[in-house]
Design a protein around this ligand. Structure first.
Ligand SMILES: Nc1ncnc2c1ncn2[C@@H]1O[C@H](COP(=O)(O)OP(=O)(O)OP(=O)(O)O)[C@@H](O)[C@H]1O
Length: 237
């Protein structure tokens, strides 16, 4: 589904990605991890065609992302910071995104799932951060896309909403979807991820299951395993 070959990206002198090779060809939940500034969002944006690489090739479902944007129809993307026009109501923003995609899926179930009915006629700039995140999740998931990319999806969510998000992600995984997630909440990653893709110093430093990472680092504590990964010299791709 996703193939990244020898991807390089720098911003000025800052070499962020230094030869990423990544193949994701099975459905499941993939957590892209790494310290702040390690290039997780840059990698995601390159897959989405929002960042132009200096070198390398990316294909999504066989389509080269630099050639045509059509492949994006198959992706649901939750940005880390969503910048929608703040004076629109929830209903209006849902309608606007549907018009842009030329598709009008039924959003009733998702709206009910996140308890957003009372907010439909409220403007986005009057909503709390967590409620806005729930709206963003509806916007991301409403098209039933086979590839879902979630950049920090837990941001601002209360415990009940977090539980609901986790159930939704599991449901999407069971439906055979491929879900890429970045998160700094390690308990969330440990619970949800089938595979971890750990970026460090511009490269994939580790790829494998949570269990495999714990084994490699000789610890049962996932947070400690992540911390230990940072100090390992060899990469475990
Ligand atoms: N448009 C840009 N212009 C210049 N530098 C950028 C740009 N986008 C990202 N960077 C730089 O690239 C590096 C990687 O940023 P990126 O947002 O991909 O990291 P990240 O791993 O997602 O970080 P975080 O965990 O903090 O979200 C950072 O040093 C950042 O400052």
């Amino acid at each position: 589904m996703i193939a990244v070959e020898q991807l390089y990206k720098r911003f000025g002198k800052n070499e962020v990605l230094k030869g990423i090779d990544l193949k994701v060809d099975q459905p499941g939940v993939y957590a892209i991890l790494g310290p702040n500034g390690s290039g997780k969002t840059t990698l995601i944006k390159a897959i989405l065609g929002m960042v132009i690489p200096n070198k390398g090739e990316i294909t999504v479902n066989g389509n080269n992302v630099s050639k045509s944007p059509v492949y994006r129809q198959d992706i649901g993307y939750l940005p880390q910071i969503a910048n929608f026009p703040a004076n629109l109501t929830v209903k209006e923003i849902i309608r606007m995104i549907q018009d842009l995609r030329n598709s009008t899926p039924d959003t009733g179930q998702l709206i009910e799932w996140f308890g957003l009915q009372p907010f439909l006629d409220k403007k986005l700039n009057t909503l709390s951060g967590g409620t806005r995140q729930k709206v963003n999740l509806v916007l991301t998931l409403m098209f039933d896309s086979p590839l879902i990319i979630l950049d920090e999806p837990t941001s601002g969510l209360d415990p009940v909403a977090l539980l609901k998000l986790k159930r939704l992600i599991r449901h999407e995984r069971e439906a055979g979807k491929t879900i890429l997630i970045t998160s700094h909440i390690m308990s969330f990653v440990e619970e949800m991820a089938d595979e971890i893709i750990f970026l460090l110093e511009g490269r994939i430093h580790f790829r494998g299951s949570v269990h495999a990472l714990k084994e490699k680092t000789h610890t049962h504590d996932f947070e400690k395993a992540i911390a230990k990964t940072l100090t390992l010299n060899d990469s475990y791709v």
